[in-house]
Ligand binder design. Structure first.
Ligand SMILES: Nc1ncnc2c1ncn2[C@@H]1O[C@H](COP(=O)(O)OP(=O)(O)OP(=O)(O)O)[C@@H](O)[C@H]1O
Length: 297
């Protein structure tokens, strides 16, 4: 895994309104990078700048350390928010056509299209015009279109919106396969639980400013509260009076407590053990939704 895409101090305004402010982050090959932020935070604008659809006012986007060329862009795959398939063309024709536009030979494009439609469970709809497909199936076709040329960088704007739970699982699996094969994947999503399941790295943006970026595990460690879950054999109500801890939740023998800042958890564990067996004692890791709420405040 290497850093392949570098977004460096990118600024962009529309009229008087600055929508990206010194946006910097990196995307690594072989990793899935989740890009999250509220509506209007600047995700689509950033993605468009990466793809060269929109220009930055200042700052730079580099690919393998150099300015992005047209040839590089041929090896990028993009699923735009506004989707963009031709409604009258059949699904298969369209994907073959897009593969050809990316420089793939006709026979190869057909072979890849067949394989992708199979993988995305769209084979039965291959010869239907796109406009006849349900929105969810159009979405799968759009994903196939972004993948047909086996891109080195895949940029997906809300790839899960409009998909049913089964399609979501299929798309999650396909994206994981691509990353495992070395593709750098940058995807935005409002569905934080999906981002949490899928991403290796995370970029959090609010009001055009990057608020946090890094590997999911590092961010989780960084934002972990001094919070512990504890389970004992008898009522855990004594925790109310235990110095150095605040009781967050109590359910009979189970409790969640926050330690005072800087406090060590071992004295608490010892105090629990003096009262009998301790069945569970573990830090509570924050969910991505909790990290997100904390970071964007
Ligand atoms: N072409 C444009 N002209 C004027 N304003 C724009 C244009 N494109 C985007 N904006 C504004 O820039 C801000 C960022 O928009 P952007 O689409 O990048 O956000 P986003 O994070 O992708 O949001 P969403 O999750 O809703 O898609 C918004 O306030 C939007 O209204």
């Amino acid at each position: 895994m290497t850093t392949v895409l570098n977004v460096d101090a990118v600024n962009r305004s529309f009229g008087e309104r600055q929508v990206l402010k010194d946006v910097s982050f990196t995307v690594d090959s072989g990793r899935l990078t989740g890009f999250v932020g509220a509506n209007g935070a600047g995700k689509t604008t950033t993605m468009r700048i990466v793809l060269g659809v929109l220009a930055a006012d200042s700052g730079a986007v580099t690919w393998h350390g150099a300015a992005i060329t047209r040839a590089d862009r041929q090896r990028f795959g993009y699923m735009p928010e506004e989707r963009g398939l031709y409604p009258k063309m059949t699904v298969a024709e369209q994907i073959v056509y897009l593969g050809r536009l990316h420089g793939i030979a006709a026979a190869d494009a057909r072979r890849r299209t067949t394989a992708l439609l199979d993988r995305l469970e769209l084979t039965e709809r291959a010869n239907d015009p796109v406009e006849k497909l349900s929105l969810g199936n159009q979405q799968r076709a759009q994903i196939a279109a972004a993948l047909v040329h086996d891109p080195e960088l895949l940029v997906l704007d809300e790839p899960f919106s409009g998909l049913d739970p089964i399609a979501i699982e299929t798309v999650l699996a396909v994206l994981r396969e691509r990353a495992r094969a070395g593709t750098a994947v940058l995807f935005s999503s409002h569905q934080l639980e999906l981002v949490e399941r899928l991403c290796d790295d995370l970029v959090i943006i609010a009001d055009g400013t990057i608020r946090a970026a890094g590997s999911r595990s590092r961010l989780r460690d960084q934002y972990t509260l001094p919070r512990f879950r504890i389970e004992v054999d008898s009522d855990a109500g004594w925790l109310r009076d235990e110095p150095g801890v605040t009781l967050v939740e109590l359910d009979g023998r189970r409790a969640v407590v926050d330690l005072d800042p800087g406090a060590d958890e071992q004295p608490l564990l010892r105090a629990a053990l003096t009262r009998g067996p301790v069945r569970a004692f573990a830090p509570v890791r924050p969910s991505l939704a909790e990290i997100f709420r904390e970071v964007i405040q």
